[in-house]
Design a protein around this ligand. Sequence first.
Ligand code: PXP
Length: 235
Amino acid sequence: MADLGVNIDHVATLRQARLGIEPEPVQAAAVAEQNGADQITIHLREDRRHIQYRDLEILRKTVQTRLNLEMAATPEMVKIAKEIKPDTVTLVPEKREELTTEGGLKLNKDHKSVITELKKAGIEVSVFIEPDLEMIEFAKEIGADAVEIHTGRYANLKKQNEIDKELERIFQAAKLVKKSKMRVVAGHGLNYHNTHKLVEMDIFEEYNIGHSIISRAVFTGLAEAVYEMKTIITS
Ligand code: PXP
């Protein structure tokens, strides 16, 4: 049965809109866990637009499931990860001007030393990449433990024939990740409608979902929003 990672960045986005103390991401993490989250995911960005260092520090002490830190492969972030020791680090690309993570990470030889250093610190390393077979083979070569396949393109497509083609690309990519003995994860742009098609593939071990859960929570409350998504991914 697949796990649900709930990304709580946008609870912090709302707090940062007033630079105040509410809503509290730590409280969101606890509610998410009580309602089926198997993991709490956060992205500490260089510009600190939502999650702050203090969130990471407190969440490390309070999260009862697993903590997944999304981060850029920079010396600053590697140092922070080694201090905090999340259960998993997901390496992502990061651009200051982007609204959200655009596209997967273009892995290169330099990522090998980052992966090695994090693994030496006892942290599982996942890489967030496009459903690209060559990139998946390279991820294996440089020591990644898991691959999170970027589902953003699938989520944005409108034409059925293009959606079907992208789903097939994602499926082939997921099969290669599994065959390569890495954990296979999906994330980005997933919501209460488009996640079903991925669940039908019966191949993903984890989904990381943020924006749609937090958006729904505005109307239903976070407990129900998490519970409903958990029901979808375990159906
Ligand atoms: N996975 C990764 C690696 C991400 O960078 C993000 C966005 O922060 C997500 C999943 C969640 O995406 P969304 O907020 O669109 O559900």
